[in-house]
Unconditional design. Structure first.
Length: 89
């Protein structure tokens, strides 16, 4: 492989690392929101409309699943790219 191709792979890998970090940060925040929501439900369930509360909780859970799917895709791409990089040396 040429050095340009190796540099391209290195750049792509760095971009994937940034994406991975971003998704991990988003997941941490999403998980905190879920825990906060569960805490509010536990403390104030009698004062809240349960259908609305459940719908909001399901939306947070769907967001968490979407972020996990995106994170998995980035990590898979990163692994494939790491293999390509090791083959070029």
């Amino acid at each position: 492989m040429t050095s340009t191709n190796s540099e391209d792979l290195t750049l792509q890998y760095a971009q994937l690392v940034e994406q991975e970090d971003d998704y991990v940060d988003q997941l941490i925040k999403c998980n905190k929101l879920i825990l906060d929501a569960m805490d509010i439900i536990a403390k104030q369930a009698g004062l809240l409309d349960m259908d609305t509360v459940k719908q909001a909780a399901y939306h947070l859970h769907a967001m968490e699943q979407d972020l996990n799917r995106k994170l998995f895709k980035v990590r898979l791409e990163k692994s494939i790219l790491a293999n390509q990089m090791s083959q070029s040396t």
